[in-house]
Design a protein around this ligand. Structure first.
Ligand code: PMP
Length: 355
């Protein structure tokens, strides 16, 4: 730390992103990216747009929001776009949480929530998940805090039915409830259908997972026009050009080929079912995932050891060195071939460690 670093941030623990190794080709199952490339129209649109980079991007993302409005059945004024959903979440924390509206989220959930809370100096409560990693909606009903729920949750993959989300939104009428749906396209039901009934609901999503665009950084927020106007106040106070021209064009093109992405989600769901079955046959405990990853624990080999042995053999998964999570690994679902290689490799590793 330099002597110039503001004392405001002296105790900040930054988020640790998953490894993005550049030195070796891995089967990369560690950061929940899609194994499929973007649809063909995306590359063409980006190529064409690259000839206009001397001009600033459109801060309103008019075409992109119109495309989103059509796909999701919303008014464009109910939509804000962000530089990844991380940015939308940060804006939402800034806008809707403070000393009087402290945050509440699960103790095991997306690791960025406590970081955004700290950087914005917002008090927060971490509510423990149950022993089986499920979230008890009763813990959130009437908490009178700004609630953040990843649904499905990460890194567990578990999904909370929409009626439970609705109960939480309804019973915290004086606070915003943020539902982070980064993984919803892999088998969840979106809370977007509740938006016309609840002015305190903000739904956040991303193009990073189901739409194969993690590297483009494109996320979104859906809410009442007033909530979205508040988010725009913060966006225009930090970075109105948060969506660059290439990403904007890529997003528009991706929405025109939405069927391609939804078909890919079906393949991921099939591969997830296969992988879950294979891991369970090897004795693993695998939580029921509604995402593009599984959270799995071997009865035989520790989480860290398995992570390291897979890495040595060219397969990257994500290990969290944290209480309750240490024995598990979070494994992104890739192509069938990648999953076959994973299972073969895990079989070899576990055979070799048998007593
Ligand atoms: N929410 C959750 C639950 C996530 O796992 C992630 C991905 N790390 C994000 C939000 C952020 O994704 P992005 O910024 O790429 O849209």
């Amino acid at each position: 730390m330099s002597r110039f670093f503001s004392a405001r941030y002296a105790n900040l623990t930054p988020y640790t992103p998953g490894e993005q190794p550049q030195n070796r080709r891995y089967i990369k199952l560690n950061t929940n990216e899609s194994p499929f490339p973007p649809s063909p129209g995306v590359a063409k649109a980006v190529e064409a747009e690259s000839r206009k980079l001397e001009l600033y991007s459109n801060p309103e993302c008019v075409k992109l929001r119109a495309g989103m409005a059509e796909v999701y059945g919303l008014d464009p004024d109910q939509i804000v776009m962000g530089n990844g959903s991380d940015e939308v979440l940060n804006f939402a924390f800034m806008a809707f949480a403070d000393e009087e509206h402290p945050l509440a989220f699960a103790d095991i959930t997306y690791g960025f929530y406590p970081v955004f809370a700290q950087v914005n100096r917002i008090p927060f409560t971490e509510i423990p998940l149950k022993e089986d990693f499920s979230l008890d909606p009763a813990d959130y009903v009437g908490v009178h805090k700004t609630v953040v729920i990843a649904n499905p949750n990460a890194p567990t993959g578990l999904y909370l039915p929409l009626e439970d989300i609705e109960r939480i939104v309804k019973r915290n009428p004086d606070n915003v409830v943020i539902v982070d749906e980064a993984y919803v396209d892999f088998g969840g039901e979106s809370a977007v259908t509740l938006l016309d009934r609840y002015e305190n609901l903000l739904v956040v999503g991303t193009f990073s997972k189901s739409r194969s665009m993690a590297g483009a950084r494109l996320g979104f927020g859906f809410g009442s026009k007033k909530l979205i106007a508040d988010l725009n106040t913060l966006r225009y106070s930090t970075n109105p050009y948060n969506i660059n021209r290439l990403t904007d064009a890529a997003g528009v093109a991706a929405l025109e080929e939405n069927g391609y992405y939804m078909d890919n989600c079906k393949i991921i769901i099939e591969n997830r079912a296969w992988t879950t079955e294979q891991l369970r046959a090897l004795g693993f405990c695998v939580l029921d995932s509604r995402t593009n990853f599984v959270f799995a624990e071997s009865p035989q080999i520790g989480g860290k050891e398995l992570y390291l042995k897979l890495k040595e053999r060219g397969i990257l998964v994500r290990h969290f060195d944290k209480d309750r999570l240490r024995n598990f690994n979070r494994i992104t679902i890739g192509t069938k071939e990648q999953m076959q290689t994973l299972i073969e490799t895990i079989t070899e590793i576990t055979e070799a460690t048998k007593p």
